[in-house]
Design a protein around this ligand. Structure first.
Ligand code: LHQ
Length: 259
């Protein structure tokens, strides 16, 4: 349910249930989690690229998994979030390596919000982001209430979440919700080139940059200045910093190792 390949330091993960628009069942959750855990553990992985197989990126939870017409007690969706979605969200946000998302088609419900948790999001121009929850009586989850509000502010976050109106990729880019909307035919090549170039970059520093920027909204300026001081101290001791300055002085491209 998740295709994985490692090339030039980039772990490419492809959600692969195309006949269900890559909606999440338990198996796909566990497969994605195993790959993200591997990305945390393996030094050879220096960036992650997440995308979807077929015409969609991910339609959120597989709604066929629980059919209310069959009766039985109401499900505990909080437990589903705690067991399946929240660990994945945390793995993406705490991975101190760039996570690129190539949104190849519709991203709905938790599928949209997993994309928005990634560090750099590219989307095909034909892709749409849909906070589909309101259509079935649910609330935005998988971090969506947090990311939408922080990125867009309350007015747009509330309207997207309450109307479930599809947000086309180009407007998402105009609003600053994602990095770029690109022609459909170019998406995978462009996202792969970006991920490959980041994976060949000073990934220790990039990981610290991710931690720093993710902390900013919850910190005061003083706290953030202290954190910049501490993390710059670490970055300044890295082999990549020495190599970067040496390469600059020698007027040649740097050869970073992520150390
Ligand atoms: C699907 C799905 C799907 C199953 C398309 N499930 N089959 C967390 C905690 C626990 C539980 C609840 O949820 C959550 C978080 C959530 O993510 S809640 C939100 C769940 N997602 C949705 O409500 C989106 C449902 N899907 C749609 O609204 C549409 O499929 C979209 C707008 C995504 C795409 O529309 P179309 O391009 O017109 O495609 P389609 O609807 O024809 O879908 C293609 C096939 O994929 C179709 O199957 P079929 O056998 O008829 O060809 C769909 O049934 C299936 N599919 N989404 N979530």
């Amino acid at each position: 349910t998740v295709l994985a390949s490692l090339e030039s330091g980039v772990l490419r993960l492809t959600l692969n249930r195309p006949e269900k628009l890559n909606s999440f069942n338990e198996e796909m959750h566990l497969a994605l989690r195993a790959q993200l855990t591997r990305a945390h553990e393996e030094d050879a992985i220096r960036a992650v690229l997440l995308t979807g197989a077929g015409r969609g990126f991910c339609a959120g939870q597989d709604l066929g998994d629980r059919d209310p017409r069959k009766g039985g007690p109401a499900p505990d969706l909080g437990a589903t979030l705690e067991r399946f979605y929240n660990p994945t969200l945390r793995l993406i946000r705490t991975l101190e390596k760039p996570v690129i998302c190539a949104v190849n088609g519709v991203a709905a419900g938790a599928g949209a919000n997993i994309a928005l948790a990634c560090d750099i999001v590219l989307a095909a121009k034909s892709a749409k982001f849909i906070q589909a929850f309101a259509k079935i009586g649910l609330i935005p989850d998988a971090g969506g209430s947090w990311s939408l509000t922080r990125i867009l502010g309350e007015p747009r976050a509330k309207a997207l979440a309450m109307t479930a109106e599809p947000l086309p990729a180009e407007r998402a880019a105009d609003w600053g919700l994602i990095w770029k909307a690109v022609d459909d035919a170019d998406l995978l090549a462009e996202a792969t080139a970006l991920a490959t170039s980041l994976a060949a970059g000073p990934t220790l520093g990039l990981g610290l940059t991710k931690r720093l920027i993710q902390s900013a909204a919850g910190n005061s300026l003083d706290e953030q200045l202290d954190m910049e001081r501490d993390l710059q101290r670490l970055a300044g001791r890295s082999a990549d910093y020495a190599e970067g300055v040496t390469a600059f002085l020698e007027k040649r491209p740097a050869r970073f190792t992520g150390k």
